[in-house]
Design a binder for this molecule. Structure first.
Ligand SMILES: O=c1ccn([C@@H]2O[C@H](COP(=O)(O)OP(=O)(O)O[C@H]3O[C@H](CO)[C@@H](O)[C@H](O)[C@H]3O)[C@@H](O)[C@H]2O)c(=O)[nH]1
Length: 447
């Protein structure tokens, strides 16, 4: 019930359908249209609708996904905790499911599905949507209690288990940093990150070659396997969108003019203050690059000021289609994991500007580990980015020496990503086959 989770799970659905696995997808009424529209025509998938609880005081009626919440920051835990009320309907539907399922994939935020899976003896795979890097580093930091030293919020702390990896306190949510965490967000985290210890394993939206150290680390931890079967966005075929939306036509014009465009987008749920939006607008304006900015709200007046050099789009776009356009030469991103994977697959280098959740760790991965991007100075969970810092970062990415280096790396990883998903020999292809063999074919033998 978050676009950043629904989209990759539906990509996984495509991969399973391609392997002749039939699917039942559980959702809620307001989320159904998005799901139906995202599945390939004629898919062997049935959709079961479960009512969303409507009497939660904090959540406006009709809101069934995080992108519709008036404030993700303050309402997310109430929203996530309320989903447990779906459980009785989920279990009644599950009980009547025929043929009996070989396995269940459910989002990590729907922790209670683990109890349902256990009740019915169905192996559950958890989809958290984060990288092997973020999962490994978070575990190591918690396990070694690294956030409770005397350091200030921005001081670097070495993560001893991974030589060269350094983090700071502000990379993590408040609940991970506090010695006495409390409140609805903490309650949610305990549930969401506790239940998976009983699950069959984890589905990772990543590919082995992108983060081998971290994938190996997780798989060496114990009985549960972490199956890197991505980048899942590559499961979607590159549809030609007809008629072309205005912004794609604009990108076509930039191609004719020989201009390289910076794509600016901060995902489906980031909350950005008016003051920060204004600073972004000024930074983009001063950088003198061509840009396409997809924005959830704000940005007024900018188009007039920059004339044909930039456009601001205030609606849902096909992000993969934009990143795949040859005119796009850079991606200013909040580093949601899907955006990172989509940028990498398109071979587009990134300007990393993390805002919330595990995005600060993803930004470190992008800028410090695989070096497919440059960090925007001053950006972070609590940071404020000045126009000058953004202008410098944009110029460096689009025309500087560091920009050239990260562009080369991004293009290399794009090739590796495609190779990983290649039918037959790709690492992700083989990993998904292994998983299906374990869960479906074994079951078939047992029958
Ligand atoms: O107009 C839009 C806006 C978004 N998207 C897509 O929506 C997804 C957004 O996902 P992501 O980039 O990961 O951002 P968030 O929506 O912010 O993702 C949440 O979920 C991610 C996966 O768990 C986490 O990494 C992030 O921190 C968390 O904020 C991507 O596939 C985008 O391509 C579009 O296609 N069009």
């Amino acid at each position: 019930m978050s676009k950043g989770h629904t989209i990759p799970i539906l990509h996984l659905a495509r991969l399973l359908l391609r392997r002749q696995i039939s699917l039942t997808i559980f959702t809620t009424p307001a989320n159904r249209p998005f799901i139906t529209a995202s599945l390939p025509a004629g898919a062997a998938a049935s959709i079961v609708e479960l009512p969303f609880p409507h009497d939660i005081p904090e959540i406006p009626a009709g809101v069934e996904s995080t992108d519709k919440l008036p404030s993700v920051d303050s309402l997310f835990p109430h929203f996530a905790l309320a989903t447990e009320r779906i459980r009785p309907d989920f279990e009644s539907a599950l009980e009547n499911l025929r043929p009996w399922p070989s396995f269940m994939v459910s989002d990590g935020f729907l922790w209670w599905t683990e109890d349902s899976a256990e009740k019915f003896g169905i192996p559950r795979l958890v989809f958290h949507g984060m990288s092997n890097h973020a999962a490994s580093v978070s575990r190591a930091v918690a396990g070694d209690r690294l956030l409770f030293g005397p350091e200030s919020d921005d001081e670097l702390i070495a993560v001893t288990r991974f030589p060269g990896v350094r983090v700071c306190k502000s990379d993590f949510e408040e609940s991970a940093r506090s010695l006495d965490p409390k409140g609805p967000f903490y309650d949610f985290v305990m549930k969401a990150f506790g239940a998976p210890s009983r699950s069959y394993g984890y589905i990772m939206n990543s590919f082995y070659e992108f983060e081998p150290v971290f994938a190996d680390h997780l798989n060496g931890l114990g009985k549960q396997r972490y199956y890197s079967v991505g980048p899942l966005c590559l499961a979607e075929v590159d549809d030609v969108c007809n008629p072309k939306p205005a912004w794609i036509k604009w990108l076509d014009e930039k191609l004719v003019e020989g201009k390289s465009v910076l794509y600016v987008a901060f995902g489906s749920q980031a909350e950005i203050s008016e003051e920060q939006l204004e600073e972004i607008a000024r930074g983009l304006e001063d950088s003198e690059v061509d840009f396409l900015w997809v924005i959830r709200k704000g940005g007024g007046g900018l188009e007039e000021r920059v004339k044909e050099r930039g456009i601001v789009v205030g609606e849902w776009v096909d992000q993969r289609g934009i990143l795949g356009h040859v005119s796009v030469g850079g991606f200013l991103s909040h580093c949601g994991w899907n955006s990172v994977m989509e940028g990498v697959c398109a071979g587009v280098p990134m300007l990393a500007w993390p805002m919330m959740a595990e995005q600060p760790l993803n930004a470190r991965m992008v800028a410090e580990e695989v070096k497919v991007g440059i960090r925007v100075e001053g950006s972070g969970r609590t940071g404020f980015v000045r126009r000058g810092a953004l202008e410098n970062a944009v110029r460096e990415l689009m025309a500087g020496e560091k920009g050239k280096e990260v562009r080369r790396n991004a293009k290399e990883y794009a090739k590796k990503a495609r190779k990983a998903m290649e039918e037959g020999n790709g690492s992700s292809w083989k990993t998904l086959n292994l998983l299906i063999d374990e869960l479906c074919n074994k079951k078939e033998d047992a029958r």
